[in-house]
Design a binder for this molecule. Structure first.
Ligand code: ZN
Length: 339
């Protein structure tokens, strides 16, 4: 699920990043914090111009490497050039249509994590349905969890979608599904039907994934249905991990080595799921926790860090994200926002 930085936050980060670059803080931080380390970037969608700009910036400062290199021990690389691996979550079609040609031009290895039950279908993820419904609604407000939420303007709608997403991720599955369907039904009821489809939400199919494998793309599992794994019973979580692996092996010829946890924060995963992932046969698994550097011990191999990235973000923001300064910037923002 895309982290979805709001346009206002993107502009604010652009200014902070621009200042940090002018003061050469991003360069100093990269040398001090990242050094010869490893950063795995986590994209969802790609536009050609945005990704080309990102890869131009990255290739001048980092070595663009395949995901497998994230497993190399720290000691062997401590003084080399810092390395970056590029990943895309959820399996959107623009990874094939737009990211792959650009990545090939820049000789940048990429990895894509797909949700196997959605591959080759017209299904849409719940967050895409929610965003499309919110974008197309004619309602001015909606009640949720005892509060009235305003829906006028893109920023208010983005805030509302973020609130619903938080509720959906923290409620037990049946309650979350009921809440989500109620919200979408209320939004769509007063929407013009033709505006309620989600542009850019189309997903990859198996022939595209086979072609990507043949062209060197690493295809990993993002589970079968993209649940919050920590909220499932162990038998259900195991089925998500094992069945998605089997499905990928059936369609692509070999089982995936890597998994990306849906949502990917510690509360979305949990120790039990980490153990199940190891037992299911994966070689490593990625979180969405942002921290530069490779695994420090074997246990970390099943909760490797990734730094969020978005091809719509300006280079100043990317510079902050890959300098090792990003967690500090995000913390300062939360601190000054009062939470
Ligand atoms: Zn996802």
């Amino acid at each position: 699920m895309p982290a979805g930085s709001a346009p206002s936050w993107r502009m604010e980060s652009d200014r902070v990043g621009g200042l940090a670059r002018r003061l050469r803080l991003t360069t100093a931080a990269r040398r001090a914090i990242v050094r010869g380390g490893f950063i795995t970037l986590n994209y969802h969608h790609a536009d050609r111009a945005g990704l080309a700009a990102h890869l131009a910036y990255l290739s001048a400062r980092f070595k663009l490497v395949p995901l497998e290199e994230s497993l190399e021990p720290v000691a062997t690389r401590a003084h080399g050039r810092p390395r970056v691996a590029i990943t895309f979550d959820d399996g959107y079609r623009d990874v094939y249509a737009d990211a792959l040609p650009v990545a090939e031009t820049w000789r940048a290895p990429i990895a894509v994590f797909v949700v196997t039950r959605f591959v080759g279908t017209d299904n849409q993820f719940w967050w895409d349905r929610l965003q499309a419904a919110a974008a197309g609604t004619h309602r001015r407000s909606i009640d949720l969890a005892g509060h009235t939420h305003l829906l006028e303007g893109a920023a208010a709608r983005a805030r509302f979608c973020a609130t619903v997403s938080r509720c959906v991720r923290t409620l037990p599955s049946p309650e979350a599904a009921t809440l989500l369907e109620r919200v979408i039904a209320e939004l769509v009821d007063s929407a013009v039907p033709s505006t309620s489809s989600a542009p850019g939400a189309q997903l990859l199919d198996w022939p595209q994934l086979r072609d990507m494998c043949a062209r060197g793309v690493c295809v990993g599992s993002h589970t079968e249905t993209h649940p919050v794994l920590s909220r499932l019973r162990p038998t259900e979580a195991r089925a998500e991990l094992e069945r998605s692996r089997e499905t990928l092996a059936t369609h692509l010829g070999t089982p995936p080595e890597f998994l990306a946890y849906p949502h990917g924060q510690p509360a979305d995963v949990g120790q039990e799921v980490v153990a199940l992932t190891r037992a299911a046969g994966y070689r490593a698994a990625f979180s969405t926790v942002s921290r530069p550097g490779p695994a420090k011990q074997d246990a970390d191999r099943y909760f490797l860090p990734r730094t969020p990235a978005d091809t719509r973000e300006p280079i100043n923001v990317l510079a902050l994200r890959v300098s090792g300064l990003w967690p500090l910037v995000a913390w300062l923002r939360r601190y000054f926002a009062g939470g």
